[in-house]
Write a protein of this length. Structure first.
Length: 94
């Protein structure tokens, strides 16, 4: 049985980080992230609203997030922070 990384594990990770970080840091850097699970079940993208938050999360929190996600899943998973601006959205071409 596959664990849903986005809807189950990410909220657990956020709860752990909420307890570890000062409230202002959590609200500024972690709360805005939206998890999107990969189709294979072993990958999750953390979507940041802008590149500044993306880079800050990568530089300051990625190691701890990775550690928590791996522990909560019971296996190694791929975690990547990316901003909405880096996503390629499909275009409607006719």
């Amino acid at each position: 049985m596959q664990i849903d990384l986005a809807s189950t594990v990410w909220p657990q990770c956020q709860a752990q980080l909420r307890g570890e970080l000062p409230e202002q840091q959590f609200n500024t850097w972690i709360r805005p992230l939206v998890a999107q699970a990969g189709l294979d079940g072993d990958r999750v993208q953390l979507l940041a609203p802008n590149r500044f938050i993306e880079e800050w999360v990568k530089n300051k929190f990625s190691a701890r997030i990775q550690e928590l996600m791996d522990r909560l899943c019971g296996r190694k998973v791929s975690v990547e922070a990316v901003s909405y601006t880096h996503l390629t959205l499909p275009t409607n071409r006719e």
